[in-house]
Design a protein around this ligand. Structure first.
Ligand code: DC
Length: 222
């Protein structure tokens, strides 16, 4: 029996690391929906399509093909997995993902992933819009300061120059963008378990989620 676990939440809440570890602990696939939004934002920006919901946008979207191949994201056949992890694309994806026709264009691709077996899907609306019938749903969050601190440490560890105040400011702006947009604003999905990880380690968050999923699955087989 295949099943879907969803993990939604704001930028920098540690969703990616937690979702990846939950997927590997459960022995199922990890679906990074943010990567899909990043890829489409990058190609739209490079094609000089403005983040406006108009005919130009809709025509452009018809010509773009996004494909997930293993851990890679391909846009019109080109692997953009490396290019999408920059602060510029952080900001671009936040703007383009607010466009209803962009969200609509990516819905099918996300839903389809369920056909290939069990998944842990991570994003902003995976529990509310993409997989409303998921077996277990989680909303992972942390204070803006805790999230900024994590991003800061992540960048410094990777040798990328970073400024804590700038990161905190960017996080707060993205939170406002993601939660006030008209289409699929960031909300706690119906039936989701709310988990504040400000004072939790990643390992604790992973254990909490995997234990809950195992519990739900064990009730099903009783
Ligand atoms: O999780 P992330 O930082 O890689 O996401 C990049 C952007 O895409 C972020 O601004 C929110 C948006 N996004 C979204 O709107 N819906 C999703 N399911 C995933 C990401």
């Amino acid at each position: 029996m295949s099943y879907v676990v969803t993990i939604d939440g704001p930028a920098g809440a540690g969703k990616s690391t937690v979702a990846k570890d939950v997927a590997s602990t459960l022995g199922i696939k990890y679906l990074d929906t943010g990567a899909i939004y990043r890829a489409i934002a990058l190609i739209l920006f490079e094609s000089e399509v403005k983040p406006v919901d108009d005919d130009i946008m809709r025509r452009a979207l018809e010509k773009i093909s996004i494909e997930l191949r293993g851990k890679s994201v391909l846009v019109n056949g080109f692997d953009v997995s490396g290019e999408i992890r920059t602060p510029e694309v952080d900001e671009l994806s936040s703007r383009y993902s607010a466009i209803p026709s962009v969200r609509q264009a990516l819905l099918g691709l996300q839903k389809e992933q369920e056909k290939h077996g069990s998944i842990v899907a991570e994003g902003r609306d995976v529990g509310s819009v993409v997989f409303p019938d998921a077996k277990a749903k989680f909303f992972l969050t942390a204070s803006p300061e805790a999230r900024a601190q994590r991003r800061y440490r992540e960048r410094i560890t990777k040798g990328i120059p970073a400024d804590y105040d700038e990161i905190l400011q960017a996080i707060k702006e993205r939170d406002i963008n993601d939660s006030t947009r008209k289409t699929s604003p960031l909300t706690v999905p119906d039936g989701a378990i709310y988990l504040d990880t400000s004072d939790m380690t990643e390992e604790e968050a992973v254990k909490f989620i995997t234990d809950k999923v195992k519990e739900v699955l064990s009730h099903e087989t009783e």
